[in-house]
Ligand binder design. Structure first.
Ligand code: AMP
Length: 396
């Protein structure tokens, strides 16, 4: 893996694809700058070598049109504050103005290009557009893990124009190392926790990770498809009836791979999908008619805790209850505690994919696990075993 640490960027203008697709409030103020802070090490390395940095990113979905609310002008101050450097801005990502701005850039300076998606050619992976971007720099760095699963002009096509001078940024390298640590070089026992709503969206992940893991904890809404397939009574709980045979197949494959599957033994049930609904804990195989399981029960939490405290490598994707409702968040909080405790005892823990990342940040577990992925879709596709276009472009 060729990273920015393998090159000296003195006097080089370095095009760095970042993912500054940050959330903003109604006044367009950035509400979470994690993605900006995440690329600081890469930028510092280039600046310390005596190079200059040209940042390129997309923001939102302007769909090829120039729209004020998606302008990167609105985030320049935040980028500058988080990176701790003045930021120059140019109002287009290609063409004369961009070329001029790049020409004037001095070592130690940072230039931010306007939103790449103001040009349809970005998402279309247009070669001409990629070539025009490439004219701005002497080297290309991809540090945008969040968009690494897209074959866009700036994330993959552009690499064609930099044979010897294309590199992974340090964030990208860390993301790849974290996934490798779980799927290839993980210290055993390796435990994966998969939760969330549906089995259908996680099948490819399960199939891909089975050979690498020792324990599979299945929780959340997707557990009920397994419980029903095993003959349990699940009341009105979430279920994918067309996936019952598949659930049994997964269990059989797990057995072939000598993976211990841990399904919840009890569940917190409610009469309606509502935080204020009356609730109680029951055996997960005996949910009364008219009730639905919305969280892992107390016994399940202990059962998962035992598995996790005996694990050396942990992968977590998906909440094990409806954590958005405070009355059904306790199971996922207990899981976060167990993973934090296991991490303290020396396990490597990786949290990745949409909702579990939102959860660890909201409840403060992001500091207590080993690594929180910055890529939702990119993380899930990596776990599915796919080679992401943004990664292939640098490797090949
Ligand atoms: P996913 O996007 O598939 O990872 O699913 C995440 C969603 O699953 C979250 O919004 C949770 O509220 C939801 N979820 C977790 N457990 C349950 C459950 N028992 N019943 C319904 N939804 C659930």
């Amino acid at each position: 893996m060729k990273t920015v640490n393998d090159f000296n960027f003195q006097n080089k203008k370095v095009l760095v694809r970042v993912d500054f697709n940050v959330p903003q409030d109604a006044e367009l103020k950035v509400t979470d700058s994690t993605r900006i802070a995440a690329v600081k090490p890469t930028i510092e390395k280039i600046l310390q070598d005596g190079g200059s940095v040209i940042l390129m990113t997309h923001l939102g979905r302007p769909k090829g049109a120039v729209k004020e609310e998606f302008s990167l002008k609105n985030i320049v101050d935040e980028v500058s504050a988080v990176l701790g450097h003045p930021i120059k801005f140019v109002e287009d990502s290609i063409g004369d103005v961009a070329v001029e701005a790049s020409k004037n850039l001095q070592p130690g300076e940072i230039l931010l290009l306007e939103n790449l998606r103001f040009h349809n050619e970005e998402e279309n992976g247009d070669e001409k557009f990629a070539e025009q971007l490439s004219l701005l720099g002497d080297a290309y760095v991809n540090d945008a893990f969040g968009t690494a699963h897209r074959a866009h002009a700036s994330t993959s096509v552009i690499a064609e124009f930099f044979h010897e001078t294309k590199f992974f940024g340090l964030l990208m390298a860390n993301e790849l190392k974290a996934i490798d640590k779980v799927l290839k070089s993980g210290e055993k026992p390796v435990t994966a926790i998969l939760g969330g709503s549906k089995v259908s969206t996680k099948i490819t992940i399960i199939e891909n990770i089975l050979p690498a893991i020792d324990n599979l904890i299945i929780g959340g809404g997707m557990a009920f498809t397994f419980i029903k397939a095993l003959g349990g009574k699940i009341g009105n709980s979430l279920v994918e009836d067309d996936k019952l045979p598949l659930a049994l197949e997964i269990l059989a494959k797990a057995k072939e791979n000598k993976v211990s599957v841990h399904l919840p033994s009890d569940t917190v049930i409610a009469e309606s999908f509502n935080n204020e609904s009356e609730s109680k804990v029951v055996d997960i195989y005996e949910i009364p008619e008219g009730w639905m399981g919305l969280d892992a029960g107390t016994k399940s939490r202990e059962q998962f805790n035992d598995v996790l405290l005996n694990s050396r490598t942990i992968l977590w994707n998906g909440p094990i209850g409806v954590f958005e409702m405070p009355n059904f968040a306790a199971g996922t909080i207990a899981l976060g505690e167990s993973i934090a405790e296991a991490t303290k005892l020396g396990a490597f823990s990786l949290v990745g994919g949409g909702d579990s990342v939102a959860f660890v940040k909201q409840f403060g577990y992001d500091e207590k696990v080993s690594y929180v992925s910055t890529g939702g879709g990119a993380m899930l596709e990596s776990l599915e075993g796919l080679e992401l276009p943004g990664i292939a472009a640098i490797n090949n």
